[in-house]
Design a protein. Structure first.
Length: 370
């Protein structure tokens, strides 16, 4: 049975406090940058103002995949550095506390965050990506109509739809001589012409609908048997594409779909998702020897080294994913080689730190001749 000592609780608490502080700062910075960017997009008419906060929340979940590894790396280094600079590490070592006891609380926190990162990148991440794609597709439509410029054609839904109105009343929002063209993913084309149109919002669901009066609806390809022409006095068009009309890429695919797919692109995306939890634990392992400092030295002295290690690690993963998707790296190798290199480096540094691995220095010339 695992016994939890006072030292375990103390070290775990200190590292957790540092991680909360570092992660909190990074989250605030991410939220600030993202909020400013999306507000600018809304002001430019590229996004509807009603979706800004939702998109900011989803973008934060996306950025957590980056925040978790770097925040834990810095938190472990800060905690170990403070313990060294305050001579607490030396006191615990002199008191008979071994490396296993010292490292165990840090690795426990790393294990918990690794599980959270796995849940985020493998399970929740694809859903977040799909919701972001839906919001951007639907927001494109809503933003166009909110900042509508009459007398011009507007392209919507990644070029699959076009909208035009000759005139628009500023007070009532009523539009005249309206033209709508929508092409679905199965190449089915719909064209709607109407004398007048106005935008309406459902107060309960908030769903936006374009209500058209006195017009014609053309469905299909002229000359084909399924081509239909319908005349209407009133017709409602939802101003957002249905979910099955939004095209999703590999980033939005479920992890099970990537496992079943037999393509280098799917393998690259799968390995990138698995890299998030693996990098959390490996970087925490690397931070333990990197965080050691001489007594009474600055606890921030080696943070630059830690940041450089993270940058190299992350860039190697991205570069490896590109080569993997291009078929240069075989699928069986994937990105495992990157993780093995950094995990091996961490184990070598820990072994050297604890005196289990020593590099013999070459003897001086004078000593050799004697």
């Amino acid at each position: 049975m695992l016994r939890v000592s006072i030292i375990d609780i103390y070290l775990f608490r200190e590292c957790a406090k540092s991680w909360v502080s570092v992660a909190g700062v990074l989250i605030v910075l991410t939220l600030g940058v993202g909020f400013a960017r999306f507000i600018a997009s809304a002001a430019a008419g590229e996004l509807p103002g009603s979706t800004v906060m939702t998109i900011v929340g989803f973008s934060l979940l996306q950025n957590l995949e980056i925040i978790l590894p770097i925040s834990l790396l810095l938190a472990v280094m800060l905690t170990v550095g403070r313990l060294c600079s305050d001579n607490e590490m030396a006191a615990m070592t002199a008191g008979g506390v071994g490396p296993r006891t010292l490292y165990r609380p840090f690795l426990l926190l790393a294990g918990l965050l690794t599980l959270g990162a796995a849940l985020l990148s493998v399970q929740l991440g694809p859903g977040v990506e799909r919701q972001m794609s839906l919001l951007k597709e639907r927001g494109d439509v809503l933003a166009t109509l909110e900042s509508f410029d009459p007398g011009r054609f507007h392209t919507l839904m990644s070029g699959r739809a076009a909208f035009y109105a000759e005139r628009s009343e500023a007070t009532t929002g009523e539009m005249a001589d309206v033209f709508i063209r929508v092409k679905s993913q199965n190449a089915q084309e719909t064209v709607v012409l109407a004398d007048h149109a106005v935008r309406q919002s459902d107060p309960d669901s908030g769903r936006q609908t374009l209500v058209l009066w006195s017009g014609w609806r053309y469905e299909g390809i002229p000359g084909q048997p399924d081509f239909r022409i319908t005349r209407f006095s009133e017709h409602g068009v939802h101003m957002a594409p249905p979910q099955n009309e939004v095209s999703f890429g590999l980033e939005e695919a479920e992890t099970a779909e990537l496992l079943a797919a037999d393509s280098p692109e799917a393998a690259a995306e799968l390995h990138l998702r698995l890299s998030v939890p693996l990098s959390v634990f490996i970087l925490a392992l690397l931070a333990l020897p990197l965080g050691y400092l001489p007594p009474r030295s600055s606890r921030y002295g080696k943070l630059v080294i830690g940041i450089l290690v993270y940058v190299v690690y992350a860039n190697l993963l991205r570069l490896g994913a590109v080569y993997l998707s291009d078929g240069v790296i075989p699928a069986w190798l994937g990105l495992w080689w990157v993780h093995l290199v950094f995990a091996g480096l961490a184990l070598v540094l820990i072994a050297r730190r604890e005196g289990r691995l020593r590099f013999r220095r070459p003897a001086a010339v004078g000593a050799a001749s004697a």
